[in-house]
Design a protein around this ligand. Structure first.
Ligand code: ADP
Length: 548
């Protein structure tokens, strides 16, 4: 008969992360650039006290276990308090992306049946407009102090966040409950159909926070000053608000101020060592730094994910600015972390260009995530770095179903059920490094062969005159689809279609070179800053490839 372990049973609860930070890193700072414009600073001890007061205030409003409390907010200390005060008191924190279309915001709030909404000052007009379309919301809380409350508003009974918090005494004990209880909900951005909710549990969030903090993942430590530029409404800022509490590091939050200048000033002013964001954000920051001939004095490394990090961007950060790049991959359905690109001891002995080639891939699975690439019949493909297939994953922080959807999204792989199909197409090499070649819907199917739009974009981005590039499939009478390259040039740069196409020669197989180039003033981005290929495809639906 099995002998049972004799260790304490302590549920893995999100409140335990904050309690730990308050007790063991109580004096460590949390600095936020407020929507109101100024810098706010306090520490983990004060954050924990105010999160407890918020939990009391929400209970006083009648919110109870399982109630969804929504946010429309930027990265800042009040948002952090809501993360912990809400989840910690057995309510469910539902971060909504404010950059979505207003109708989508209302749709999501209704789908989640949110009972309260906390929002930043600048979203007041939006919320006033949407309130009648969100009947489940009983309480509206403006995340500001009394002096910024509007004299007039159409929101009946609008509450002031600071009033709510200050009215409580903090005499509150974080409750203990089942670690499988829901902690938060995030919706996918709905690039395919309506958005769907991923419901995280306390257990999955805590395990993810521990896994993500490890040296071969995001590598967070008490010696870091961490600035999540990735928004807290985008998959919980990749879990950083939780991982930072585990390690007890200083946090810096940019609020809505994410232009190159504001970010640079915060990096320098607060001594940020580590940051995280999508490639678009770094395009803006790097262009500001370059134009003004600046350097970073404390910035050591950054996680880039959400879309493929172009190798040219990686080279600029590493070689010109001495900032290490951790290319990472994940998705809303995975809390989000799946892989991170870090070299092991043997790989550090490889030639430099081979190391860089590995680093530009999306990387190795972090513990907690198992992955495979499969063919259309559900059979695994070899890890040879060449066989591209559908990427599937499983693990304790991967969803098993979508909120409100009875049918399971999971599929069977090699006869084994329980794998989540990511919708990404990837290869895995003999080192276990995964590389996304495309999203299945973005891949270009040319005469039965697949062309990776990411590969082509990466090459275009390496051209010194290119600011941003996107490749989409264009209908072709003979080949079905052929790649069309859509490019934004750098300001004042000279570049012709022929010069750019020539640049591809020798960098990729001839048959994969784009058939055509179109120059545009800007490219459409999704609410999370990714290229919006759906929109581009619509825009260029009628495009006739040159020579066809
Ligand atoms: P959504 O799916 O709603 O756009 P997610 O943030 O969940 O939002 O996006 C997950 C998807 O983003 C992944 O399935 C993948 O296609 C893409 N992605 C994320 N990180 C990377 C990366 N490092 N390289 C390439 N694609 C990435």
């Amino acid at each position: 008969m099995a002998l049972m372990g004799q260790m304490m049973t302590m549920p893995l609860l999100i409140s335990s992360l904050l309690k730990h930070a308050a007790r063991h890193a109580g004096d460590t700072e949390i600095v936020s650039k407020r929507v109101e414009g100024d810098l706010h600073r306090y520490n983990w001890r004060e954050a924990e006290l105010r999160a407890r007061k918020l939990a009391q205030a929400l209970a006083r409003l009648g919110c109870g276990p399982g109630d969804r409390i929504a946010t429309l907010a930027w990265n800042g200390y009040r948002h952090l308090e809501i993360y912990y005060g809400v989840s910690g008191s057995e309510l469910v924190c539902h971060t909504i992306n404010p950059r979505l279309f207003p109708e989508q915001i209302a749709w999501i709030a209704n789908d989640a049946q949110d009972s309260a909404l906390c929002f930043d000052l600048n979203f007041l007009p939006l919320v006033e407009k949407l309130a009648s379309a969100m009947p489940s919301i009983k309480h509206y809380v403006l995340m500001t102090g009394r002096s910024h409350m509007p004299a007039q508003t159409s929101l009946a009974g609008l509450l002031c966040y600071e009033d709510l918090v200050e009215a409580e005494d903090g005499q509150y004990q974080w409750p203990e409950f089942d670690e499988q209880t829901a902690s938060s909900i995030c919706y996918t951005s709905g690039t395919t159909g309506n958005p769907k909710g991923a419901v995280y549990s306390h257990r999955s969030s805590v395990l993810h926070a521990m896994g993500a903090a490890l040296p071969d993942a995001l590598d967070c430590s008490a010696r870091d000053v961490v600035m999540p530029v990735v928004p807290m409404f985008h998959v919980n800022a990749w879990g950083l608000p939780y991982s930072c509490a585990i390690v007890g590091c200083k946090m810096v939050m940019p609020g809505p101020h994410m232009d190159g200048k504001s970010l640079y000033e915060l990096f320098e002013g607060e001594g940020v060592t580590f940051s995280a964001g999508v490639p678009t954000i770094w395009l803006g920051l790097l262009s500001y730094v370059k134009t003004n001939g600046l350097k970073f004095s404390s910035f050591k490394r950054t996680v880039i994910g959400g879309s493929a990090c172009p190798p040219a961007m990686m080279a600029t950060l590493i070689d010109e600015y001495g900032v290490d790049v951790i290319h990472a991959w994940g998705m809303t359905e995975m809390s989000p972390l799946g892989t991170a690109s870090k070299l092991n001891a043997a790989q550090l002995k490889l030639p430099k260009d081979e190391q860089r080639r590995l680093l530009s891939k999306q990387g190795r699975a972090v513990y907690g995530v198992d992955m495979a690439v499969i063919d259309d019949e559900g059979q695994t493909l070899p890890w040879d770095g060449l066989s591209a297939g559908n990427l599937v994953v499983r693990g304790p922080w991967v969803i098993s179903q979508y909120f409100g959807h009875a049918e399971s999204p999971l599929i069977t792989v090699d006869g084994e059920p329980g794998w989540f199909p990511t919708g990404d197409v990837a290869t895995i090499d003999a080192y276990g490094f995964m590389q996304i070649t495309d999203r299945s819907k973005d891949v270009i199917k040319s005469g039965g062969e697949w062309i990776s739009s990411i590969d082509l974009e990466n090459i275009a981005m390496a051209h010194p005159a290119v600011f941003e590039a996107a490749v989409i499939a264009c209908a072709h009478p003979k080949w079905d689809e052929r790649p069309l390259l859509v490019v934004v040039k750098k300001p004042n740069a000279e570049l012709t279609r022929e010069q750019l196409l020539e640049f591809f020669e020798g960098r990729i197989a001839k048959w994969q070179i784009p058939d055509d180039v179109v120059f545009v003033a800007e490219l459409p981005h999704t609410a999370t800053g990714k290229l919006q290929k759906l929109k581009l495809r619509e825009q260029f639906k009628a495009h006739r490839l040159a020579g066809v």
